[in-house]
Write a new protein. Structure first.
Length: 115
């Protein structure tokens, strides 16, 4: 199992970014997939998740109506579209899945929202 994130960077407040998580080793529609983030000195928090099979999504309150999680079964990739970014969205963003009792994580992609 391998999760490879990309798409982070420096963006001004109000801007947008799309994060990608390429999944290797299993089909992206067979397990729930999640995006987490961790800001310096803070605990890792769940940002968004999408269920396996028929996709149902959930969001952390502060990102509702700004972020959208989606997946492409054809590309075996999970996305996080982030709009109207705020400085408090600055964090390392991680893709994750759980198989049984094992959590798998990518290496993360850094998002910095600053003017």
């Amino acid at each position: 199992v391998q999760l490879v994130e990309s798409g982070g960077g420096l963006v001004q407040p109000g801007g947008s970014l799309r994060l990608s998580c390429v999944v290797r080793g299993f089909s992206v529609n067979t397990y729930d997939m999640s995006w987490y983030r961790q800001a310096p000195g803070q605990e890792r928090e769940l940002v968004a998740s999408v269920t396996a099979g028929i996709p149902r999504t959930k969001y952390e309150d502060s990102v509702k109506d700004r972020f959208t999680i989606s997946r492409s079964n054809a590309k075996n990739t999970v996305y996080l579209q982030m709009n109207t970014l705020k400085p408090q969205d600055t964090a390392m963003y991680f893709c994750s899945t759980r198989m049984g009792y094992t959590d798998y994580w990518g290496q993360g992609t850094q998002v910095i929202v600053s003017s």
